[in-house]
Design a protein around this ligand. Structure first.
Ligand SMILES: [Zn+2]
Length: 617
């Protein structure tokens, strides 16, 4: 959406992969052979278009076999009476960035299809391969743009991860063909000069934009476009885009804006939830305190919902986007529900329920909002097998208590979610989250250890990378997140202050990941990533020397979740002491520190530095 939007989210990508391998997430495997033939009796059925009161839905082998009142079904088929509840097609989130646990989190909240708008190509390819092999039945189905089209230095390039850019119409077909070869389901283009946020950034010119759209159409792919302001939205529609991946929030819509979109047969994914977050409204936070959702939100989800965007010099107003939605509705432009999760203030799955609420606030009826997250999205993206409850379609279903066609927030009252007829085990997921939250709470209330025990972490003078408490120092590289950085650690002679030894860390950072790292890691608990209350101390101090490059201290806390806080230091040719207050790491008081790392990266190249006398003060 804006020039800074991807920055936090792409940073998260690597750390999530990093952390996931250390704490195996609760993945529940569902068997396609069990329970995917059944009949749901007496539901209020929203079939994607309209409401059928007291209807039955018969599911056989993962597909919908019949819909109607009093269906005659063999006695061997399991029947469930759900009178009073509402059955919906599984929801489609038409704008996300998927990686890590995204698809699991999505499905828990009733989102059975995610339309990703920019992720790592490797992740897209692996996930789609697993889907094709019939795995991942307990995760939302993924469709993805893969990488995005942007100008050199344009939005999307700011993370250091090399992505293929272009700048002339002549390059457009080859660029699109490369995406098609990689497996992109549709083409995502960025048009954003950052002026809406008071900045400047290169962006594609209109001729290249049009060439990309034409090239996508030539290969039978639709083209969806990120825009930053109303003028860009207008240009994008004029160039023949199939849809806008965002709305603008820089100005009230021109009186004829929606008519113009309608005349060009384009659809719009407003992403109001992320626009309100950009505008500084804590809408996401309201999800974290909703008792219908909260038990299924991990502590990481909650911290992300509470995060905000940096303040922009030019303020944006989400109300402009709501006015535009009302205008688009009046002009019969297809409106799709999309969240832009996991940007700050949003999270996969849960945020679709906020988006539905905001679409209704903008003037859609609850039924129209539900259609935006089901049949309208399926039609716009040519997903002919889903988005409606009808014979022959996939049994991707969401059962909720109450009547969301009257009160849209009833979609949060989830009873069951099915993907191709396989019911998700939401109870186990909820239990795992409950357990995680109890562990975090018990750590937070743990007594601070005595000061004398926890001063010196390591001086390496026994000739090993051991520590006086917690774990020994171990090598940590981005290879566990798919990176190719390499590292080596060894205890060497000649420590700081004339002592015997120091720890030398060297290696090569590979530029293939935006968050590339290689270095050493230590945890204060008996096992990696067990948080310990170190709040009796105020600073971490250490001596460093090296090749003159800038290095990072990463600090993980239980409350900060999977994203470390970072501080830089320079390894000068001679030993220099650094003292960094805990508070410099996102304001922590040190009560739940789970790991400290000294690392090179993310800039590519060789590195070599030494650390010694690592202490808490
Ligand atoms: Zn996005």
């Amino acid at each position: 959406m804006n020039s800074r939007r991807f920055l936090p989210t792409l940073k998260v990508l690597g750390w999530i992969a990093f952390y996931s391998l250390l704490s195996a997430p609760a993945i529940i495997l569902a068997s396609p052979d069990e329970g995917n033939s059944f009949v749901i009796r007496n539901a209020r059925v929203f079939d994607g278009h309209s409401v059928l009161e007291k209807s039955d839905v018969w599911v056989e082998n993962g597909k919908i076999k019949a819909v109607g009142a009093n269906l005659k079904v063999p006695l061997t088929i399991k029947a469930v009476d759900v009178a009073g509840d509402t059955l919906l097609p599984g929801l489609i989130d038409a704008h996300t960035h998927a990686w890590g646990d995204a698809l699991k989190e999505a499905e828990i909240f009733g989102v059975t299809t995610e339309l990703d708008m920019f992720t790592a190509v490797k992740y897209m390819q692996q996930t789609k391969k697993d889907q094709a092999d019939g795995k991942l039945l307990n995760l939302a189905d993924l469709r993805s743009a893969g990488t995005l089209a942007t100008a050199p230095g344009g939005h999307g390039t700011e993370y250091g991860m090399p992505i293929p850019t272009l700048s002339t119409p002549a390059e457009a077909q080859a660029w699109v063909d490369a995406r098609v070869a990689e497996g992109s389901d549709y083409i995502k283009i960025v048009i954003d000069d950052a002026s809406a946020y008071g900045g400047h950034r290169p962006t594609l010119d209109n001729a290249t934009l049009k060439a990309l759209i034409d090239a996508a159409h030539k290969r039978g792919k639709i083209a969806v476009v990120h825009i930053g302001n109303q003028k860009e939205a207008h240009d994008v529609i004029a160039a023949g885009a199939d849809g806008l991946a965002h709305l603008f929030a820089d100005s009230a819509p021109a009186p004829d804006f929606a008519q113009f979109v309608a005349a060009h047969h384009a659809f719009v994914v407003p992403t109001l939830d992320v626009l309100e977050s950009v505008a500084g409204v804590a809408g996401g936070q309201s999800l974290s305190t909703d008792a219908r959702l909260a038990p299924y939100l991990t502590s990481d989800n909650v911290s992300n919902l509470k995060r905000g965007f940096p303040k922009f010099s030019t303020p944006l107003d989400e109300k402009y986007a709501e006015q535009t939605v009302a205008q688009l509705k009046a002009a019969h432009v297809p409106i799709l529900a999309g969240t832009d999760a996991p940007n700050p203030g949003t999270t996969h799955g849960a945020s679709i329920h906020r988006e539905l609420e905001l679409l209704v606030r903008s003037g859609l009826t609850p039924q129209e909002a539900l259609a935006a997250a089901t049949s309208v999205a399926a039609k716009a993206f040519h997903l002919d097998d889903r988005g409606v409850i009808a014979p022959g379609k996939r049994a991707d279903l969401l059962l909720v208590k109450g009547d969301p066609t009257k009160d849209i927030t009833a979609t949060r009252n989830i009873v069951s979610v099915w993907k191709v007829g396989v019911e998700d085990d939401r109870d186990s997921y909820r239990a795992a989250i409950e357990k995680e939250k109890q562990e975090v709470a018990s750590t937070a209330s743990a007594a601070a250890p005595s000061v004398t025990d926890m001063s010196l972490i390591s001086d390496f003078d026994d000739g090993t990378p051991s520590a006086k408490f917690g774990t020994a120092w171990t090598l940590s590289t981005d290879s566990i997140a798919g990176g190719k950085s390499t590292g080596e650690m060894k205890v060497v002679d000649g420590g700081a202050n004339g002592d015997k030894h120091a720890l030398d860390i060297s290696g090569v950072i590979d530029g293939g990941l935006p968050y590339a790292w290689a270095g050493v890691m230590w945890s204060p608990g008996a096992q990696p990533f067990i948080p310990v209350n170190l709040s009796a101390k105020k600073n971490i101090s250490f001596f460093a020397k090296g090749d003159g490059q800038t290095y990072r201290v990463l600090l993980f806390t239980a409350s900060g979740g999977r994203i470390p806080a970072m501080q830089n230091f320079v390894a000068e040719p001679s030993w220099k002491k650094a003292i960094i207050p805990f508070s410099a790491f996102n304001g922590t008081d040190g009560h739940d520190i789970s790991a400290i790392l000294f690392v090179g990266g993310p800039a590519a190249g060789k590195f070599d530095f030494q650390v010694d006398e690592i202490k808490l003060e």
